[in-house]
Design a protein around this ligand. Structure first.
Ligand SMILES: *Cc1c(COP(=O)(O)O)cnc(C)c1O
Length: 373
């Protein structure tokens, strides 16, 4: 069994994919081809935001948005303690200070109370200027944007939605990638909408921001490529990846997103009585980047992983370490306790998940889990 069966997904799309890639080859418009523009327009319309600016990957997307907001030394950026490294990395990369915030034990997403506590602690200390909150739509589920944005705006901070894992999700009638003051996503192959290499995008309703982002993504270009008005860098989505994403986007919106929700419901139905399954609160819709259960402790998790492995069932631990525990952040000051994150790092286990899994596969996994726990 595959943890995420990208091979099977490719076989289903192979004919359309071969044709789409061959077209790019024949046209030789490898950078900035028509497919890039077409994709950006489709994605912007789908999520309900005015501008989609594609770029090299989800990490660049976050970085470019922080650049657009002029975030740097002396600024505090609030990031969940439980997420993929890049969410905090980009903050340090820009010379600003990540402040880690605890998460909710049921949704895995940023805890609004912990956020407010952290903002107040940073303000009380008076050393850093609180500027941005980066909520993450972890494992496909949007964070609680009404509460988070309320707190952030009340304290004068902007909200940057990290929807690298969240594309396709919904929150109170609105799509992921439209839930912050700006948003970013990733097209890394294993993300909900993945390409066949690296790719990413930024979403904003602000015309001036969009123009700035398009400029820094191409060496700070001005009116044309050889007119350079600022120091930028090079971060573009290849035309081949855009062509691949156009095919994947159709599959994603036609059936994959629905199917992956069906798979999640099979897991939850079978496990709910005995296992802590992921919560999707009322008014939320997940794109299920991961299906993550919680067990009692690290020992139980190790044993369960081993038993599942013996049955040919792969599992993953997302994430084994809190962000604050990462050596790369050195001895960053901590402003709030992140006890939930610490517990989750020892108890979470992600199960095989993709839209192509059939019910018998899922039931076999569940049977093994129920037998061992
Ligand atoms: C994958 C991921 C990123 C980074 O995306 P890349 O395209 O790999 O650079 C950022 N944030 C989160 C939460 C992610 O899962």
């Amino acid at each position: 069994m595959e943890f995420r069966n990208l091979k099977q997904q490719f076989q289903i799309l192979k004919e359309r994919m071969d044709k789409a890639v061959a077209e790019v080859m024949a046209e030789c418009n490898f950078i900035g081809g028509r497919q890039v523009k077409e994709l950006e327009e489709k994605l912007a319309a789908y999520v309900g935001v005015k501008h989609c600016i594609s770029c090299g990957n989800g990490t660049d997307a976050l970085t470019m948005m922080l650049m657009a907001w002029n975030i740097g030394p002396g600024d505090a950026v609030f990031v969940p303690d439980f997420t993929f490294f890049a969410t905090g990395e980009v903050v340090s990369f820009e010379g600003a200070t990540p402040v880690f915030v605890d998460v909710d034990p049921d949704t895995f997403n940023m805890d609004p109370d912990s956020l407010e506590e952290a903002i107040l602690a940073v303000k009380a200390e008076g050393r850093l200027d609180p500027r941005v909150v980066i909520p993450v739509d972890l494992f496909g589920l949007p964070a609680d944007y009404d509460r988070i944005t309320g707190i952030a705006h009340r304290h004068g901070l902007r909200v940057l939605e990290d929807a690298a894992q969240g594309f396709g999700g919904m929150y109170r009638g609105r799509r992921a990638c439209s839930l912050g003051d700006a948003a970013t996503t990733s097209f890394f192959p294993a993300k909900p909408l993945g390409c066949y290499g690296d790719g990413g995008a930024v979403f904003t309703n602000d015309d001036r921001e969009a123009e700035y982002l398009r400029s820094i993504a191409v060496h700070g270009k001005g009116s044309y490529k050889y007119d350079n008005v600022r120091i930028g860098w090079n971060s573009r989505l290849d035309t081949i990846q855009a062509a691949i994403l156009l095919v994947k986007f159709d599959a994603f919106t036609e059936y994959e997103l629905e199917d992956v929700n069906k798979v999640a419901s099979w897991y939850t139905e079978a496990l709910r009585a005995k296992v802590k399954t992921p919560l999707v609160p009322e008014g939320y819709y997940s794109s299920w980047a991961q299906y993550t259960i919680q067990v009692k402790d690290e020992t139980e998790r190790t044993t369960l992983q081993q038993k599942l492995k013996e049955q040919g069932i792969p599992t993953m631990v997302y994430y084994p370490k809190p962000m604050q525990g990462q050596a790369a952040f050195g001895n960053l000051q901590s402003y709030v306790e992140c006890e939930v994150t610490e517990k989750l790092c020892n108890t979470v286990l992600s199960l095989p998940m993709d839209s192509g899994k059939d019910k018998s596969e899922i039931l076999k996994i569940c049977e093994t889990i129920l037998r061992e726990l």
